[in-house]
Design a protein around this ligand. Structure first.
Ligand SMILES: [Zn+2]
Length: 68
């Protein structure tokens, strides 16, 4: 049926919601990676970010808002 996707796969970690490009989360490993994620969040300044505080994020980086 569907052929191989040429698109680079962006995977999100189910535990920390961080996004990774063609790699697994170094903290939680490949078993927690999911390609079914929604929304996109860039945290640049954790200290001064309301979104980071609300989401419980402690590290700057790129995050998925929802990971299935
Ligand atoms: Zn993780």
């Amino acid at each position: 049926m569907a052929g191989k996707s040429t698109k680079k796969r962006t995977m999100a970690c189910r535990v920390c919601k961080k996004l990774f490009f063609d790699s697994a989360c170094p903290q939680h490993g490949e078993s927690h990676m999911s390609d079914e994620w929604f929304g996109f969040l860039i945290i640049k300044d954790v200290e001064n970010s309301i979104i980071a505080k609300q989401s419980g994020l402690k590290e700057k980086g790129e995050y998925a808002i929802k990971v299935r």
